[in-house]
Write a protein of this length. Structure first.
Length: 152
């Protein structure tokens, strides 16, 4: 048997770029959904001012919840979000076990509602942010195989 591969932890810059890609995707989806809902309510006859106020209020609560759910689903099903896949990153449990749905959801909620906690990755030796510490996860780089496929 061979020895387990050494983990290469993702740095703060690649973590931030992956986060920004995913945040852009979720925001674009939310904006598209809001625009469609606005068109529907305009046809039905809602007042524009009331609609704008409701959308702004909902955005403060719904957008982070949508982001947390998006991340947790991708982390549980694929081990990474689309933004992380672009950069060759993967979320894994800190101990050798599979990342569970509750841990992924907890990680997503802390990241979505307390994004400033990501700054902790700057000083941690394994580049773990607060959401990693709480969920007991690490973000690692995934090596590419010779044929160009990423290892899952």
């Amino acid at each position: 048997m061979s020895a387990p591969a050494q983990r290469t932890y993702a740095g703060p810059v690649t973590r931030t770029v992956a986060y920004l890609i995913d945040a852009f995707l979720v925001t674009a989806l939310f904006t598209a959904g809001t625009a469609i809902a606005s068109l529907i309510t305009l046809v039905v006859g809602a007042r524009v001012h009331d609609l704008a106020l409701a959308a702004a209020s909902a955005g403060l609560v719904v957008l982070p919840a949508l982001f947390a759910t998006y991340c947790a689903l991708f982390w549980t099903l694929a081990g990474r979000t689309p933004g992380m896949a672009v950069l060759g990153l993967r979320v894994v449990a800190a101990r050798p076990r599979r990342l569970t749905w509750p841990a992924a959801l907890l990680r997503g909620l802390v990241l979505a509602y307390f994004p400033v906690g990501a700054v902790w990755a700057l000083v941690d030796r394994r580049h773990q942010a607060v959401h990693d510490k709480v969920a007991r996860t690490v973000l690692i780089r995934v090596r590419a195989h010779r044929d160009g496929d990423r290892r899952f």
